[in-house]
Design a protein around this ligand. Structure first.
Ligand code: 5RP
Length: 220
């Protein structure tokens, strides 16, 4: 079992000090920076857009892992790519042509991710897996941080790990929602290699970020 990458979700950061917060998690050992983009339509919350991503870009050299919970999605890919996203992940339910969206992300020179809601089956990936760089399993219904981990998603993570291994390609398997020190281990055991953590990273304030991230990486 290898040590997972940690992608703290800035949804749980202090939005009044976002630049400072991004610098703090970078210094604390974050591998990626997870940016949750919500539109109040695909999910019942509204967060941030490409202008904020662009403003945050100079604060870290770590990859921006941008999770688009928006519909439609295609019209916004270019703006997020130009703003500094490195990985762009979308939900197949966000538009009629998921494969075209993957192609569009790749054409922008970015890594393409596909996210599956808790009720979306792994099978959705059958005809996408050969062309994507990341699968994001939502272990909560998207929209809000601080929710409880949905255990049924562990079976899905196991199934997707098998699908990924069959391709022989280097595809990240990321889990998002309710990840803490206990569920982190279950996710890694099931085959995840990247963990998104909002609450578990930011709890206790900046003095605790390094210890929080280190605890999530501890899988022995
Ligand atoms: O995408 C999300 C919600 O849609 C968040 O990234 C996710 O819920 C992380 O928050 P927490 O770690 O607090 O559960």
């Amino acid at each position: 079992m290898s040590v997972p990458l940690i992608s703290p979700s800035i949804l749980s950061a202090d939005f009044a000090r976002l630049g400072e917060e991004v610098r703090a998690i970078d210094a604390a050992g974050a591998d990626w920076i997870h940016v949750d983009v919500m539109d109040g339509h695909f999910v019942p919350n509204i967060t941030i857009g490409p202008m904020v991503v662009k403003a945050l870009r100079p604060h870290t050299a770590k990859p921006f892992d941008v999770h688009l919970m928006i519909s439609p999605v295609d019209a916004y890919l270019e703006a997020f790519a130009a703003a500094g996203a490195d990985i762009i992940t979308f939900h197949p339910e966000a538009g009629p042509h998921a494969h075209r969206t993957v192609q569009a992300i790749k054409a922008l020179g970015k890594k393409a991710g596909v996210s599956l809601n808790p009720a979306t089956p792994a099978k959705m990936l059958d005809y996408l897996i050969d062309d994507i760089d990341l699968v994001l399993v939502m272990s909560v219904n998207p929209g809000f941080g601080g929710q409880s981990f949905i255990s049924s998603q562990l079976r899905k993570i196991e199934a997707i790990r098998k699908m990924i291994d069959k391709t022989g390609r280097d595809i990240h398997l990321e889990v998002d929602g309710g990840v803490d020190v206990n569920t982190a281990r279950l996710c890694v055991d099931a085959g995840a290699d990247v963990l998104v953590a909002g609450t578990a990273t930011f709890k206790g304030g900046p003095d605790h970020y390094a210890a929080n991230i280190a605890a999530l990486k501890r899988i022995d």
